[in-house]
Design a protein around this ligand. Sequence first.
Ligand SMILES: [Zn+2]
Length: 358
Amino acid sequence: MNLDNLNKLFYVRGSNQGTIKLGPTVIADGFIESSEENEEHHFISHAHTDHFRKSRIRKTWYLEKPIIATTPTLKLLEAYDINTSFNHQLVKAQNHGEIVTYDTGTKVRLLENNHILGSVQIEVEYDGQRFGYSGDFGENIEEYINVDYLIMDATYAGHPVKKSWTRDDCLEELAERINDASESGPVNICGTSGLLNEIAGFLGENGFWDDYKNVLGNKRVKHWCDVYSEYGYKQPTITTDDYETDLYNEILNSKKYIQLVNRRNDFKRSVPDGTTFWIENRNINSEEPITKNNNNERWYDVTLTSHAFADDIFSYVRNVNPKYIITDASRGETTAIELEKKLKQNFADIKIISSNLI
Ligand SMILES: [Zn+2]
């Protein structure tokens, strides 16, 4: 394929809309533009809000083209008032491991990428060319897409990380601290969706929710917990303030509850009552998995993440082994440029470019 042609088939569209173009007929995340008549299949890589917008899905639907995602992703999207009930003619489920050849002749395979429930790597084959998108990906991936042209999540820029603890060490310490803190007053856990549910699941596996019933959250947190439960994660039963106000207030006033939130803004006060665990999901470069915040005695920063970092990023590239990589700058130009540099130092044979330079 000559490069001129490649530029039309494989790129990240726009600086902040994050449309991943994978060959003539497929886009991932973002939305289908009316001017691009060949774009037929809109995949949603996972249910994090920086990878879809209701307004963008509407644009695709307006053109009467379907959105396609795994069944758990479609269920999670319903938390954002996106009607993905399965008889909806503009919604298609394609699940992990499934290979589907669409009527455009495009063959698509979705693979697990260990980021959150339902999240995928996307492999697209069209006319002998193979394009792929890593999606946001986590560590310990078992099966990799097989593509020549790869667009890569650049959330972590491949910084080397010095730490002597594992994710399981952190989860164990966190569970212990939550258990202790819950004996003496309210506990607040703030973490991004999916990661928060994994933490809740870890507590559940250890029987925590069997004894602890006063769990507060908003409608969205409740929806994510319900979907995760369906897939075998032991989640708490959430009381929300939407339609259970009396019960919610009663629990709140008891001063003995656990509150689950996705964002700091969801706390009704900037520093909520009791002990707070704030899951960073970004900076994992810390010698201790859980550190006490300098400004607040009862606020802990927890360095867990659902993204791969350091060597796991390089291992991803080694395993996919593409000829060409675009690092996705639509969620952060700096990290995309940084990742481009790091990959160039490590993979001399691969052509690598950051999407904001295209
Ligand atoms: Zn994500």
